[in-house]
Design a protein around this ligand. Structure first.
Ligand SMILES: NC(=O)c1ccc[n+]([C@@H]2O[C@H](COP(=O)([O-])OP(=O)(O)OC[C@H]3O[C@@H](n4cnc5c(N)ncnc54)[C@H](OP(=O)(O)O)[C@@H]3O)[C@@H](O)[C@H]2O)c1
Length: 294
C-alpha cells in the first residue's frame, strides 16, 4: 500500500513537472533593482534567490525582519551576491506601505522589477485592519495596489521594467464580485471566498495597470505559480481544513515553481469591472491626486 502510494505520487510529480512551464532565460540582471514582497519564505524567497543569482540588487520587502534577515544571509551565502537587503513592509497596513515607499524613493535611484507576491489566506473569523479593510483583501490586494501606485513613477523613469502580480488559479471560485462590499461588511465572509476574491482582484488590477502603462517601457503581468509546496497551506484559514492537509501532503512531493501562460476566468477579463475596481481601490487606499502616475 505504502509502495503504491509512493509510486502514484512519483508519477503525479513527473506528470506535473512535465506539463508545467519552466523559465529557460539566461538573462543577467546586473544593474537592475528588484523588490520582492513576502520574500521571507516560499515562492518569494525562491524568486529573490533567482534574481540575486542573476546579479540584481534585491530588496526583500517583509513583515518578519528576523526571518527575512536569515533568508537574506542564506541568499548572499548561496549566490555570492552581497547586494541583497531587507526592508520592513506589512502589506496589510497602509501606513507601512507608505513608509516603505518613502524609504525606497529616497534610497533607490532606479527600480526595475516589482514582484507583488506576499499573500495570505485570512483567519476563520473575519478580521478588519486599522484601515477598515478585510485582512485578506488588505494583504493581498489593497497593499500591493498602493505600493505599485506609489512606486510607479520611479519604475517608469527607470524603464524598461516589469511588475509581476502573483495571483492564483483559485480566483475562478469568485464567480461574482460586489464592488460595493469588497471588505465583506454586509456579505458572508469565509477565508476561501476572501482569498479567491483577492486573487481575482490581483488579475483585474494587473489588466487595468497594463492598459495604463501602455506607451511606457514598463509591463504588468499576473501569474498563477502552479501548486507549490510552501508553508502557504498550513497557515491562515486553510490550516484546519481537510483539503489543506491533503494538498500539503501531495505538495510536499511537488516543490516546483512553474508559472506559465494560462487563461483566467471570464470575470477577470471584464474591462468594466477592472476599471471600477481601480476606482474603488483608489478610494479605499486614499490615493492622493499627486500620487497618480499614469
Ligand atoms: N503555494 C501555492 O501553491 C500557491 C498557489 C497559488 C498562488 N500562490 C500565491 O503565491 C504567493 C506566495 O505564497 P507562498 O506559497 O510562497 O506562501 P508562503 O510561503 O506562506 O509565503 C507568503 C509570504 O507572504 C508574506 N506575507 C504574508 N502577509 C504579509 C504581510 N501582511 N506583509 C508582508 N508580507 C506578508 C509571508 O511573510 P511571513 O513569512 O512573515 O509569514 C511570506 O513571506 C501568495 O500570493 C499566494 O497567494 C501560492
Amino acid at each position: 500500500m505504502i509502495l503504491t502510494t509512493f509510486v502514484v505520487l512519483l508519477i503525479a510529480r513527473w506528470y506535473y513537472r512535465s506539463r508545467s512551464g519552466r523559465c529557460k532565460s539566461k538573462e543577467k540582471l546586473a544593474g537592475k533593482t528588484v523588490i520582492v514582497t513576502g520574500a521571507s519564505s516560499g515562492i518569494g524567497k525562491e524568486a529573490a534567490k533567482e534574481f540575486a543569482t542573476r546579479g540584481a540588487r534585491v530588496i526583500l520587502a517583509c513583515r518578519n525582519l528576523i526571518k527575512a534577515r536569515k533568508v537574506a544571509a542564506e541568499i548572499i551565502g548561496h549566490t555570492g551576491n552581497k547586494d541583497v537587503f531587507v526592508q520592513y513592509l506589512d502589506t496589510s497596513n497602509l501606513d507601512s506601505v507608505r513608509l516603505f515607499c518613502r524609504q525606497i524613493l529616497r534610497n533607490e535611484e532606479h527600480l526595475h522589477i516589482l514582484v507583488n507576491n506576499a499573500g495570505i489566506v485570512g483567519p476563520q473569523a473575519k478580521q478588519i485592519t486599522k484601515d477598515g479593510l478585510e485582512l485578506t483583501m488588505a494583504t493581498n490586494h489593497y497593499g500591493h495596489f498602493l505600493l505599485t501606485n506609489l512606486l510607479l513613477d520611479r519604475m517608469i523613469a527607470s524603464g524598461p521594467g516589469r511588475i509581476i502580480n502573483v495571483s492564483s488559479g483559485i480566483h475562478v471560485i469568485a464567480r461574482k464580485i460586489n464592488l460595493r462590499d469588497l471588505n465583506f461588511m454586509a456579505s458572508n465572509y469565509n477565508p476561501t471566498s476572501a482569498y479567491a476574491q483577492s486573487k481575482l482582484c490581483n488579475i483585474l488590477f494587473t489588466k487595468e495597470l497594463a492598459e495604463k502603462l501602455e506607451g511606457t517601457e514598463v509591463t504588468a503581468n499576473s501569474l498563477h505559480p502552479g501548486a507549490v509546496g510552501t508553508d502557504f497551506f498550513s497557515k491562515g484559514g486553510f490550516e484546519q481544513t481537510w483539503y489543506a492537509r491533503v494538498v500539503n501532503g501531495v505538495l510536499s512531493f511537488v516543490v516546483h515553481f512553474a508559472g506559465k501562460l494560462s487563461s483566467s476566468s471570464w470575470l477577470s477579463q471584464d474591462r468594466r469591472v477592472a476599471k471600477a475596481l481601480w476606482e474603488v481601490s483608489e478610494a479605499e487606499v486614499q490615493l492622493r491626486p499627486r500620487e497618480e502616475h499614469y
